[in-house]
Design a protein around this ligand. Structure first.
Ligand code: SAM
Length: 226
């Protein structure tokens, strides 16, 4: 699989090299609501959690207090370095970081109870999203939970050009404070539609228990391995 798609080359410029060190300031995120959501879904010290595309570990480190084993996976060595800095600061001892990706991570040991992935799968084209989802499915226990977030367009075909123009026009003018139009344009071809993403999830063996969309641009899926 990895010979056909270079995950690191497509990981997004903001996530590799020197840029990774300032990613958290560029894109702020408070993980507490997501930690609460997983706890409501049954995360506790007896459960295992995999965070795919964990970045600097904002979610994984916050969730580790409430979980048993946590495995944080990311394709970017620069994110790994940022992750290790956070781990030192917050004593995230029960987290294992694995350098790998949706397509290249090889899970060892028992299947996990929870998979969480925020803003990472949208770096893959649809063919590889399907392979990624199928691999996440195989990592989960039957009945296990997948919480998946990312940019997903809930537009009708006839609206698409205008909605994408508006999406790009709303981009940040300051690369230190958000993604700029130029940055968004590079990754645009790897985005997908809600009316493709939902069947992709189902085809890969997930039951979608809840699908939420923000501004018809951003999706949160709460799924269970069937
Ligand atoms: C937008 S950041 C989000 C980081 C983190 N989930 C968060 O919400 O703060 C996307 C992350 O996905 C990682 N990534 C990109 N492509 C990936 C892939 N194919 N497999 C695993 N991680 C990937 C990037 O290195 C980056 O750390």
């Amino acid at each position: 699989v990895t010979a056909l798609f270079d995950e690191l080359a497509h990981a997004g410029a903001a996530h590799v090299g020197d840029a990774a060190a300032s990613y958290d300031e560029k894109i702020p995120f408070d993980p507490r609501d997501d930690v609460r959501l997983l706890c409501e879904l049954g995360l506790d010290r007896t459960k295992t959690l995999l965070d795919m595309g964990a970045g600097t570990g904002r979610f994984a480190v916050a969730a580790a207090r409430y979980a048993g084993d946590v495995i944080a996976v990311d394709i970017s060595p620069a994110m790994q370095a940022a992750f290790e800095r956070r781990r030192l600061l917050l004593r995230g001892r029960r987290i294992r970081f694995v350098l790998g990706g949706f397509l290249s991570y090889e899970h060892e040991g028992e299947p996990v109870d929870f998979v969480y992935s925020r803003n990472a799968i949208h770096h893959l084209p649809d063919i590889w999203k399907v392979v990624a989802l199928q691999r996440l499915h195989d990592v989960l226990k039957p009945g296990g939970v997948l919480v998946l977030r990312g940019v997903v367009f809930r537009f009708e075909p006839a609206e698409t050009v205008a909605r994408i123009e508006a999406y790009l026009a709303a981009a940040s003018s300051d690369p230190a404070k958000g993604f700029t139009r130029d940055e968004l344009e590079v990754v645009l071809p790897r985005k997908t539609f809600s009316w493709l993403m939902e069947p992709m999830l189902e085809r890969c063996g997930f039951a979608i228990e809840r699908a939420r969309y923000g501004h018809d641009l951003y999706a949160e899926y709460l799924c269970r391995r069937v």
